[in-house]
Ligand binder design. Structure first.
Ligand code: DGL
Length: 271
């Protein structure tokens, strides 16, 4: 039993897709969320910059006494996970491996599509993990650099002509290629689930990176007997590196609960 909080971070809102699942499957756990909203998007940046940002994000989170960390960011997981695991003496879960395992469990034709940020596609991490787990699988990767800025600006609803046009352009090559499973390799993308499934249709199963990594964390805590007692109700704290008000509006809508006046701004350059 361990009642210390779990740290979760992302470049911005995307990690909330993992928080939403964590609050459902690990209701008893306290969460501390950090969204690096001053520096979002991460997706086009170099490995060196991403590692620097990720180290600072983690250093901030570790100013709390945490029992584990979930990197709810595809871009950080694909580029910096191993280094962060090596440098830190607490369990750190990323999104790549659990998401790939899930995709391989659901695909029937072994044609798996993967959409993510430019940095994640460039890293080759999803492709490598899929091939390691199933050498016969075919993979088609598509970077979607406009998705994160649109989501951060609240443009993720079906019927929004801008997001639908952009999404169609990104997704059509994958659909022509014939994937039956599509990995949403960036944790911002589940916010676009309605738009994406409208374009892909019922023949394509969507696998969300945030969701799978939340389940992985649950398994890890159970395996190490680090779960908080089931009869308690966990609370969440939210921190951002830019205007808290902007984050709270979209976050409240997304988490379906009022988090107004709950997010606090911190200076990430101090970490
Ligand atoms: N949500 C993040 C990811 O999963 C970061 C996207 C970004 O900031 O570009 O990749």
């Amino acid at each position: 039993m361990d009642t210390r909080p779990i740290g979760v971070f992302d470049s911005g809102l995307g990690g909330l897709t993992a928080v939403r699942v964590l609050r459902r499957i690990l209701r008893q756990e306290d969460l501390i969320y950090f969204g690096d909203t001053a520096r979002v998007p991460y997706g086009g940046r170099s490995r060196e910059t991403l590692l620097k940002y990720a180290r600072q994000d983690l250093r901030f989170l570790r100013s709390f006494d945490l029992k584990a960390v979930l990197i709810a960011c595809g871009t950080v997981s694909t580029t910096s996970l191993e280094t962060l695991q090596r440098e830190n003496d607490l369990p750190i879960v990323g999104v790549v491996e659990p998401t790939c395992r899930r995709a391989l469990a659901v695909t029937r034709n072994r044609r798996v599509g993967m959409i993510a940020t430019l940095a994640s596609v460039r890293s080759g991490a999803y492709q490598a993990a899929l091939r390691r787990l199933d050498p016969e699988v075919s993979v088609f990767e598509q970077p979607c650099p406009l998705f994160v800025p649109l989501v951060e600006n609240g443009r993720f609803r079906p019927g929004d002509v801008v997001i639908e046009t952009v999404a169609r352009e990104y997704l059509e090559p994958l659909l022509d290629w014939g994937c039956d499973t599509l990995i949403l390799g960036c944790t911002h993308y589940p916010l676009l689930e309605d738009v994406i499934s409208k374009i892909c249709g019922p023949g394509v199963t969507l696998v969300s990176a945030g969701e799978e990594s939340a389940f992985e964390l649950k398994r890890l805590l159970a395996g190490q007997d680090r779960r908080a007692p089931e009869d308690r109700k966990g609370k969440a704290e939210f921190y951002v590196s830019d205007r808290a008000e902007d984050f709270e509006g979209v976050a409240s809508m997304f988490l379906a609960e009022d988090i107004h006046h709950m997010a606090r701004r911190i200076d990430i350059d101090q970490y």
